[in-house]
Design a binder for this molecule. Structure first.
Ligand SMILES: Cc1cc2nc3c(=O)[nH]c(=O)nc-3n(C[C@H](O)[C@H](O)[C@H](O)COP(=O)(O)OP(=O)(O)OC[C@H]3O[C@@H](n4cnc5c(N)ncnc54)[C@H](O)[C@@H]3O)c2cc1C
Length: 450
C-alpha cells in the first residue's frame, strides 16, 4: 500500500456554511479532503437580499471556494452535483456536465443545505422566485428594477399599477429584509430617476399566514419591526394564506376568511425551505424518516445510525429543535471535523453535539434592525450596529469586507445602489431586457404555463 492510500479520506458535500467550515476545521489534520459542490462559490446567504435589491454585487457575498481554500493543501475542491451516496460501498457519486465521478471516502460530511419550498406548489416557482442562490438574487433584482422600467413605459393605468405592486410572501427575516429594502429603493434610491411614474407610489405588500412578523423574535421585537415597516409604507398583511400565484398577481384568503386578488407583476417567495433531496436518499438507506422539511433526524453526534463515519450537518439535519441557521451549520461542521481527528488520534469521542445559540438578528430598514441575543432584546440603531459588526466578522475575505463596507456607506448614507444591471438574458415579467433596450416578447419564456 502506498503512503497516499493510507491517508484518511474525508469527502465533504457542499461549499456552504457547513462544507466550508468543515474543510477549514480540518486544516491541520493529516487527512485528504475532497470537497464536492454544485457551485464553485461559497455563499453568504444572509446577505442575498442585498444582492437582490442592488446594494451588493454577487462577488461580495459569493467568493470562489477554490480561492478561499487555496492555501489549505490537504483540500481538493471539485465541481459536481452529488446524485448518490452508497453507504455500504462508502462512495459518493457526482455529475458534472454529463460526466460521472465516483469518490471513495473513509469519513463523509454531508452539508448540501436546503432549497425554497412552495409547499407542494412548485408551479409557483417561476412566478415568485425564492432567495436561496445567486441566480435567485440576480433574477429577483432584475424583476424589481425591471418592474419600474415597465411601469415607466406602460400606458394602461391598471397594468402600470400591477408593475408598481410588489408582493413578498413570508414575514420571517428574509421577507422583512426584502420588503424593507424594496420600499427604501422605491422611496429613496429611485427618486428623480423616472419621468412618467413616481417610484415612491409603489405598493409593497408583505404577506404571511402566521399572525406576526418575525414571530421567532418574540412579541416586542415583532411589534417594533411591524411599526418600522409600516412607517416605510410596507402594507403588512398577517393571517393571509396564498392560494394562487400567476403572471399578474396573487390570490389570497385574508384573515377575515375572504378570498381576494392582488394585482402584482413582481412576487418574491420567502415563505419556506426544504432540505436537499440527499437527506431522503441517506435516510432511506438507514431506515430513517425525514421530517416534514426533508431533514435527517441525526444522532446526537450528528451521524447516521450504524454509520459513525457519516455526518449530516446544517440545514439538512434536525436535532433537538436546533434552528436551521448558519451557526448550527458551522458549529456542526466543526464538531464533525473534531470527531474525525479525535478518532484518528485514537482518543475517546467528544461529548454529544450541543448547539450554542449566539442569537438572531434581522435588518428592517436603513439603520434599523432587531436582535435577540440570549435573553436580551435590541431594536433600532443599536441592533443595526450589532448586525453590521456580526456580518462584517463572518463575511469571508478581507477584500469583500472592505468593498462591502464601501457599498453600505453608498447605500445607507447616500441612498444610492450601485448594482442595478439587468443582463441581456434576464426575464423581467413579460419582457426581456436586452442590451439594445426592451424587447417585448409577450410572455416570459420561463413560465411553464405560457
Ligand atoms: C435568504 C437567506 C437569509 C438567511 N439569513 C440568515 C441569517 O441572517 N442568519 C443565519 O444564521 N442564517 C441565515 N440563513 C440560513 C443560513 O444561510 C443557512 O442555515 C446555512 O446556509 C446552512 O448551511 P448549510 O451548509 O447547511 O447549507 P448551505 O449554506 O445552503 O450550503 C449548501 C451547499 O451544498 C451545495 N449543494 C447542494 N446540493 C448539492 C448536491 N446535490 N451536490 C453537491 N453540492 C450540493 C450547494 O451548492 C451549497 O454549496 C439565511 C438563509 C437564506 C436563504
Amino acid at each position: 500500500m502506498s503512503e497516499n492510500e493510507k491517508t484518511h479520506r474525508v469527502v465533504i458535500v457542499g461549499s456552504g456554511f457547513g462544507g466550508l467550515f468543515a474543510a477549514k476545521a480540518l486544516k491541520s489534520a493529516d487527512v485528504d479532503v475532497t470537497m464536492i459542490s454544485r457551485t464553485t462559490h461559497h455563499l453568504f446567504q444572509p446577505l442575498l437580499y442585498q444582492v437582490a435589491t442592488g446594494i451588493l454585487s454577487e462577488g461580495e457575498i459569493a467568493p470562489s471556494t477554490r480561492e478561499v481554500l487555496k492555501r489549505q493543501k490537504n483540500v481538493r475542491v471539485t465541481l459536481g452535483d452529488v446524485t448518490g451516496v452508497d453507504l455500504e460501498a462508502r462512495t459518493v457519486t457526482s455529475q458534472a456536465l454529463g460526466s460521472s465521478t465516483v469518490t471513495p471516502y473513509d469519513s463523509l460530511i454531508v452539508a448540501a443545505g436546503a432549497q425554497t419550498s412552495y409547499f407542494g406548489h412548485e408551479e409557483w416557482a417561476p412566478r415568485a422566485p425564492g432567495l436561496k442562490s445567486i441566480d435567485d438574487a440576480l433574477e429577483v433584482r432584475a424583476r424589481i428594477f425591471g418592474a419600474f422600467e415597465m411601469a415607466e413605459i406602460e400606458t394602461d393605468p391598471e397594468i402600470r399599477s400591477e408593475w408598481l405592486t410588489f408582493v413578498v410572501v413570508g414575514a420571517g427575516p428574509t421577507g422583512v429584509e426584502m420588503a424593507g429594502q424594496i420600499a427604501e429603493a422605491a422611496r429613496n434610491t429611485l427618486r428623480d430617476n423616472f419621468r412618467s411614474i413616481d417610484p415612491a407610489e409603489a405598493r409593497i405588500l408583505l404577506l404571511d399566514a402566521a399572525d406576526a412578523v418575525l414571530g421567532s423574535f418574540g412579541d416586542r421585537l415583532s411589534a417594533k419591526a411591524t411599526t418600522v415597516l409600516r412607517k416605510l409604507g410596507v402594507e403588512v398583511e398577517l393571517g393571509a394564506k396564498v392560494t394562487g400565484v400567476d403572471l399578474t398577481g396573487v390570490d389570497i384568503v385574508g384573515a377575515d376568511g375572504e378570498s381576494r386578488r392582488i394585482g402584482a407583476r413582481t412576487k418574491i417567495w420567502a415563505a419556506g425551505v426544504r432540505a436537499s433531496r440527499l437527506g431522503r436518499h441517506l435516510s432511506e438507506q438507514v431506515g430513517l424518516e425525514v421530517d416534514r422539511a426533508g431533514r435527517v433526524p441525526v444522532q446526537d453526534d450528528l451521524t447516521l445510525p450504524g454509520h459513525p463515519e457519516v455526518f449530516v450537518v446544517g440545514d439538512m439535519a434536525t436535532l433537538k429543535g436546533y434552528p436551521g441557521v448558519s451557526q448550527f451549520a458551522m458549529q456542526g461542521a466543526r464538531y464533525a471535523a473534531k470527531t474525525i481527528t479525535t478518532r484518528l488520534a485514537g482518543k475517546p469521542a467528544p461529548a454529544a453535539f450541543s448547539y450554542w445559540d449566539k442569537g438572531s438578528m434581522a435588518t428592517v430598514s436603513r439603520f434599523n434592525a432587531v436582535a435577540s441575543i440570549g435573553n436580551r432584546r435590541f431594536a433600532g440603531f443599536i441592533a443595526w450596529l450589532l448586525w453590521l459588526g456580526v456580518h462584517l466578522v463572518y463575511l469571508i475575505g478581507f477584500k469583500n469586507r472592505i468593498t462591502t463596507l464601501i457599498n453600505w456607506a453608498v447605500t445607507f448614507v447616500g441612498n444610492d445602489r450601485s448594482e442595478r444591471v439587468i443582463s441581456h438574458h434576464q426575464v423581467v415579467g413579460r419582457v426581456v431586457v436586452s442590451r439594445q433596450g426592451m424587447t417585448p416578447l409577450g410572455m416570459p419564456p420561463t413560465d411553464p404555463d405560457e
